[in-house]
Design a binder for this molecule. Structure first.
Ligand SMILES: NC(=O)c1ccc[n+]([C@@H]2O[C@H](COP(=O)([O-])OP(=O)(O)OC[C@H]3O[C@@H](n4cnc5c(N)ncnc54)[C@H](OP(=O)(O)O)[C@@H]3O)[C@@H](O)[C@H]2O)c1
Length: 250
C-alpha cells in the first residue's frame, strides 16, 4: 500500500494531486478546512481509500492528535511508500509591512511554515522504524527567492520552508531509514490563490497589473499539469534530498 498525506486538498494544486493519486493501491489522507466531497466521491468510484480531515492550520494545538490519528491508520508492515505533501498555503496578507492586522501575519506563518514543520517532525518521528520508501515534498514558490512588494509574509514563509527542507535533508543523510525531502516550486498556476492576487489594489501589491496580464496571456499552468509533473518527481528515486526543484527546470 502507498500512503499519501496531502494538505490543502480541497482545491487548486492540492486537489489535483489528490485526484491524480486516486488508485486502488493508494490510501490518501487529505487535510483542509473544508472537505471537498467531490474528491471523496471520486475516491469511492476508483476504489481508493481516503480519510479526509477538516483541520485549520491556524490552530496548531491538536496537530499531534491529527498526526496520531493518521499514523495509527498506516499499516507499516504493508507500506511500500509513505509520502507527505505540504501544499496548503495562503498568500495573504497582501499589503506592505506596517499595515498588517496581527492575526494575518500569525495565520500566514502558521499555515505556510509552522504547520508544515510540525507535520515533517511528526512524520520523521512516527516513521523512524519504517524502511519503506519515505518522501516529503514541500510546495515552495518563486517568492522564496525573489522579494515582492506586499508579499513580505508569504516570501519569508516560503524561504523558511526551503531552508527547513535543506536542514532536514542534511540531518536525514545519515539516518538509519532516511526520509527524502525536497521543495518544489510549481510556477504560476490557475487557482484561487492567483485570483486573490489579481484582486489586490496596486497600493498593496505593485505588480498586480502584471499578474492580471499573466492570466490574459494564458501564462498560468493548470493545476492538473503541475500535479502530474510533481508526481513524476516524487516517484523518481533519483531525487536529491534537501534540494529545491523548479517546474521550469524539470
Ligand atoms: N497558484 C500559484 O500561482 C502558486 C505559485 C507558486 C506557489 N504556489 C504554491 O502552491 C501551493 C498550492 O497553491 P494553490 O494555488 O493551489 O492555492 P489555493 O487554490 O489557494 O489552495 C490552497 C489550499 O490550502 C488550504 N488551506 C488554506 N488555508 C488553510 C488553513 N488555514 N488550514 C488548512 N488548509 C488551508 C485550502 O483549503 P481550505 O480553504 O479548504 O482550508 C486549499 O485547499 C501553495 O503552497 C502555494 O503557495 C502557488
Amino acid at each position: 500500500m502507498n500512503y499519501y498525506i496531502i494538505t490543502g486538498a480541497s482545491r487548486g494544486l492540492g486537489r489535483a494531486i489528490a485526484e491524480n493519486l486516486l488508485e486502488k493501491d493508494n490510501h490518501l489522507f487529505c487535510i483542509s478546512r473544508r472537505i471537498n466531497e467531490d474528491v471523496v466521491t471520486d475516491a469511492g468510484m476508483k476504489d481508493c481509500r481516503i480519510d479526509y480531515f477538516e483541520y485549520d492550520f491556524n490552530f496548531l494545538e491538536e496537530m499531534d492528535m491529527l498526526a496520531e490519528t493518521i499514523f495509527e491508520r498506516v499499516n507499516f508492515s504493508k507500506a511500500k511508500t509513505i509520502c507527505l505533501i505540504n501544499n496548503a498555503a495562503t498568500v495573504k496578507p497582501i499589503m506592505p509591512v506596517g499595515k498588517y492586522p496581527i492575526f494575518d501575519i500569525i495565520s500566514n506563518t502558521n499555515v505556510n511554515m509552522v504547520a508544515p514543520m510540525l507535520l515533517i517532525s511528526e512524520f520523521i518521528r512516527r516513521t523512524e522504524d519504517a524502511n519503506c520508501d519515505k518522501k516529503i515534498v514541500n510546495i515552495s514558490s518563486g517568492a522564496a527567492k525573489k522579494p515582492y512588494y506586499g508579499w513580505g509574509s508569504y516570501c519569508s514563509s516560503k524561504a523558511a520552508i526551503d531552508m527547513f527542507t535543506a536542514c532536514v535533508g542534511l540531518e536525514q543523510k545519515n539516518a538509519v531509514n532516511p526520509v527524502k525531502i525536497v521543495s518544489f516550486n510549481p510556477g504560476i498556476m490557475d487557482t484561487e490563490m492567483q485570483s486573490d492576487i489579481r484582486q489586490s489594489s496596486v497600493e498593496n501589491f505593485e505588480m498586480v497589473e502584471k499578474f492580471i496580464e499573466y492570466q490574459h496571456q494564458g501564462a498560468l499552468k493548470s493545476p492538473d499539469y503541475v500535479a502530474k509533473k510533481l508526481l513524476e518527481l516524487l516517484h523518481n528515486n533519483e531525487i536529491k534530498s534537501g534540494m529545491i526543484y523548479d517546474i521550469n527546470e524539470l
